[in-house]
Design a protein around this ligand. Structure first.
Ligand SMILES: [Zn+2]
Length: 228
């Protein structure tokens, strides 16, 4: 059962279209698996639609600038209607392709939100494997991270934020065990050592390097740069 959900503010930014593509995809993946957040998003979307309708409705009565009035009068309504009726009928949207990825012989079906995103080839480091999602968002790096049974990430904290959406399998850290759909947003206030007994596949979004808090940080840097 899903226990970890996006914060209300994040859902709000999602609905208002203010999130970078990487985080928006994270919320969309979670909402696809979480009916609770799906409902909240539907409610927020309705509210946003109402507010923008109200403001555009009010705007109709607040045209008092002479230029605006002249512009409105100059509109050729008939021509606009002709233009609308001549428009091609909408082509029904194709159902999104089912895309799957394979890590170490395990095949995973990707969530719909990731179906059209360009994916780099897989890199391996011990029990970790990573495929970058190529969103080109500067400091924000997005990946699919696969952990083989018995693998994990050494104890660390975050110089920025780290979003993990668990897609398949399970892993655990000091806070407990996580299940598919869990949406885990961490920052510099959190220290953890995620390990996966059974193996798992995660969607990760990280905007700065990890800081390893046990062992010799510089020896662990390859793992850090692997995840970030
Ligand atoms: Zn949720």
């Amino acid at each position: 059962m899903i226990k970890h959900h996006p914060k209300f503010e994040l859902l709000q930014s999602f609905v208002e279209g203010e999130l970078p593509a990487s985080l928006a995809a994270g919320v969309a993946i979670h909402a696809d698996m979480c009916s609770h957040c799906q409902k909240k998003i539907a409610q927020l979307t309705e509210q946003v639609a109402e507010t923008s309708f109200e403001s555009s409705f009010l705007h109709q009565f607040s045209v008092n600038d002479q230029d605006d009035i002249a512009a409105l009068q100059a509109l050729d309504i008939e021509q606009m209607i002709d233009g609308i009726t001549e428009m091609e009928p909408a082509v029904p949207a194709k159902p999104p392709e089912v895309v799957s990825v394979t890590f170490k012989g395990n095949n995973y079906q990707l969530p719909r939100a990731l179906a059209n995103m360009p994916m780099a080839s897989t890199m391996n480091l011990g029990k970790l494997a990573r495929a970058r999602v190529q969103l080109d968002e500067g400091e924000i790096h997005t990946s699919l991270l696969h952990i083989e049974p018995g693998g994990g990430v050494p104890h660390h904290t975050h110089n920025g934020f780290e979003l993990t959406v668990l897609l398949a399998g399970s892993f655990s850290d000091e806070q407990g065990e996580y299940h598919p759909g869990d949406f885990i947003m961490l920052d510099g206030n959190h220290h953890h050592n995620p390990v996966s007994a059974q193996g798992c596949l995660c969607y990760t979004v990280v905007n700065d390097s990890l800081h390893f808090t046990q062992g010799i940080n510089r020896l662990l840097n390859p793992i850090g740069s692997f995840i970030y």
